[in-house]
Design a binder for this molecule. Sequence first.
Ligand code: DAH
Length: 315
Amino acid sequence: MSSVEEIKSNLKALNAEYAKIKTLLKEERKSFGEELNKRRRKLQAELQVAMDAAEAENIEPIDITAPSAPNAKIPEIKQGSRHPLMTELERVLDIYSHMGFDVMEARQLDDEFHMFEALNFPEGHPARDGYDTFRTSEGFIPPAHTSTMQHRALKRYKKDLENGGKIAVVIPGRVFRNEDVDATHEHTFYQCEGVFVGKNVNMGQMLGVLKNFFDTYYGQNLNIKTQPGYFPFTEPSVELLIEKPKSLGGKGDGWLEMLGCGMIHPNVLKMAGINPDEYQGFAWGGGIDRLVMLKYGLSDVRYFESGKLDFLKEF
Ligand code: DAH
């Protein structure tokens, strides 16, 4: 195909030929002019095609996904990744799911009733002070623990008991405390709650479930022990400790407190409409951050919420 320049010069030459018309005899002029017009139309059409082709060749490709002006230099986009706590939380839930637990998600804004009354903390109860968190001006509470979900879980799964089954549910959630922040205390962290209710349920079963969980999560056979604890929503209440695994720098002599647990207080069952003479249950709740810190040997809980890329990139 002829280039744009070639066609333009042919057109110019052709235009010059129109001057000849004047020199011709009258009867020759018409056919000569028509011939010139025909050639001119052909050249003009060719010129259009050639110009379109040249334009298409020179055009820079436009990235239609670019957030900036077309053809601006687009900076390299760095791919993000999942937060380590979310990856680990999924592992935690997997383990409980394999044991037959359902998963229910906790709220990040709750109310006075679920935070206290439903958990057997009557008004003015001194143990309320142990759960100092924040409040919105409307009186809502960013929950200080995932136990605020116990009442809802009991009510939601109560029909399973009535059908001869059990309640078995774990509830991960983000919790908030009015803390003096340091390497081991954060104002925002994650917990996982567990609730199990049925007939003839006892603490031995609870310890079996929890030991199985820790053994599976850390991939080894761990020693566990309990020490007395106090929570208004369990009776008896204990704290569960695991012996610091050797693979994680333990010498077999360090005990780490991992969670609070106990038999669900009859008042908590009653408030959810479950007869405590017929059914018993156990519940537990523990921090996910702490679990993950031990697994990876992390010394500062504040990294998780810091958004520090250097830290996050290590996972
Ligand atoms: N919610 C308690 C805390 O954060 C932990 C806890 C203790 C949860 C006993 C339970 C339980 O479900 O039964 O300190």
